[in-house]
Ligand binder design. Structure first.
Ligand SMILES: [Ca+2]
Ligand SMILES: [Ca+2]
Ligand SMILES: [Ca+2]
Length: 203
């Protein structure tokens, strides 16, 4: 992956360095360890070459967010977002933040024929019947962290289809179960890459 600062309404410009594709990111504002072009090849944030301790190690030193408002016509929308942020910061009853919703689907399982040509020998395909990436391993790790910190996890894992994990969970992962738990409990939710609160969003 290659990365560069994203200027909001500027469309991403894609170019390739080998098999790596350029991706817009705000990580430039948060990853402050060292130079983003550690290997000096002119490409910033290379996964191979720049992801070093003295380069951009991709462990961010700051947490940076972006409010998605780009037009003066959206001031009402901006006011609403800022008001919600202040309500969150000023809340006195924060017990709901101890309830964590952990939803994990299946990322892949063998046999995987990505290009549909009838074999499993092409790039990225999985021929080994034992190969799979179930989300329950990630979910259980997050669940354990949640418990260690005195919080209350609620897990939803895939339980339908040709293959799914045997790991126990509070409810099967379905759209209805996910939305019901989210709405009923007003809880934090976790899935790979995100930890947000349902009080922050209208669903
Ligand atoms: Ca580089
Ligand atoms: Ca860093
Ligand atoms: Ca294939």
């Amino acid at each position: 992956m290659l990365t560069y600062p994203y200027a909001g309404n500027q469309p991403p410009v894609l170019h390739k360095n080998g098999d790596q594709v350029e991706v817009p990111t705000d990580m430039f504002y948060a990853e402050l360890s060292g130079t983003w072009d550690y290997d000096g090849d002119g490409y910033y944030g290379d996964y191979f070459g720049d992801r070093e301790t003295e380069g951009a190690d991709q462990y961010c030193e700051l947490a940076v967010g972006r409010i998605p408002v780009y037009s003066s016509n959206d001031m009402t929308k901006l006011d609403k977002i800022l008001s919600m942020a202040m309500t969150y910061e000023d809340a006195t009853n924060t017990s709901y933040r101890q309830k964590h919703l952990i939803a994990a689907d299946i990322l892949n399982f063998a046999p995987l024929d990505l290009n549909g040509d009838g074999d499993t020998n092409d790039k990225g395909e999985l021929p080994d019947p034992a190969s799979h990436t179930y989300g329950d391993g990630w979910g259980e790790a997050v669940k354990n962290l949640t418990l260690q910190n005195g919080n209350q996890p609620f897990t939803l894992y895939e339980k339908a289809g040709l293959a799914y994990p045997d790991t126990w969970c509070n409810a099967p992962l379905t759209k209805d179960n996910l939305l019901n738990e989210w709405k009923i409990r007003s809880i934090n939710y976790n899935f790979p890459g995100y930890t947000l609160s349902s009080s922050d969003h209208n669903i």
